[in-house]
Structure formats: structure tokens, C-alpha cells
Design a protein. Structure first.
Length: 141
């Protein structure tokens, strides 16, 4: 089974944790404990989120903080920040048999549908903010 990268959901997890646990030092080890992954993975994603202007970190100082108000961070911002947008939602297989009528035309036949699906995804992500996610989390506490 093919899987879509989890970088997006982990990025949302990290930023949500920074909001929910704003009174704590959110080190990469602390965040990794919540995500249940290696701190190296968290540091890599924090670097991506920092380059996108979504978090602040300081060399030699444990912890990260939000660089923007959570109301101003859309899920699309996070999607782009962690490189999830670098790969499309759907990839059409390549190197098909060009002598076969389906193999020769499958990419063309799916192209518009795949592009439209990607646009719908991005539209939905742009309509949701980090606050929306945090509110859902808080409603379960």
C-alpha cells in the first residue's frame, strides 16, 4: 500500500503541542515523546517550520515557540512548510507501455482529475487554522 507522508500530521502535532503546552519547555525530546518518534525527526521538522517562519528556536536553548499567532497559521502553511506539497497527493505511475492504448494515455486521462483533487485539498487546508485543531484537541480533554 502506498502512503502519504506523515510529515504534515507530525507538523500539525508539533505546532498544536506548542500551543497546548505553551507554559512548558517544548524541547525536541519532549515533543518526540508526544509524537512517539525520535528527537532527530522532530529537530528536522522544527527546522522546516522555522524556515517557514512558523516557529522560533535558538541554538543551545532547549525548546521551541510559535513565531506567529495560531489564528494566523493555516494548515496549508504547515503543509507547505514541511514539504508535504513537494509531492502531489496522487502520483500517476510512469514508464507505461506506450504501445497499449491505456498505457499511452493514462497520465493524460487522469491529469485534470488529479490536479483538481490537489486543489480541493489545498483549499480545505487553507480554510482551517491551527486554532481550529487546538480547539478540537481541547474539546477532548
Amino acid at each position: 500500500m502506498l502512503r502519504i507522508s506523515t510529515r504534515f500530521s507530525v507538523g500539525v502535532h508539533i505546532l498544536s503541542l506548542l500551543v497546548v503546552c505553551k507554559d512548558y519547555s517544548c524541547s525536541s525530546e519532549f515533543i518526540a515523546g508526544s509524537v512517539n518518534t525520535n528527537p532527530v525527526v522532530i529537530r528536522r521538522l522544527l527546522g522546516m517550520l522555522k524556515r517557514a517562519g512558523l516557529v522560533r528556536t535558538s541554538a543551545g536553548v532547549a525548546g521551541a515557540t510559535l513565531a506567529k499567532n495560531p489564528e494566523k497559521i493555516t494548515l496549508l502553511d504547515i503543509y507547505h512548510a514541511v514539504g508535504a506539497a513537494d509531492s502531489t497527493l496522487f502520483s500517476v505511475h510512469e514508464n507505461t507501455n506506450l504501445k497499449c492504448p491505456v498505457g499511452a494515455n493514462i497520465q493524460f486521462a487522469l491529469d485534470d482529475t488529479v490536479k483538481n483533487a490537489q486543489a480541493v485539498l489545498e483549499q480545505e487546508l487553507s480554510a482551517q487554522t491551527l486554532v481550529d485543531i487546538v480547539e478540537k484537541i481541547n474539546s477532548q480533554l
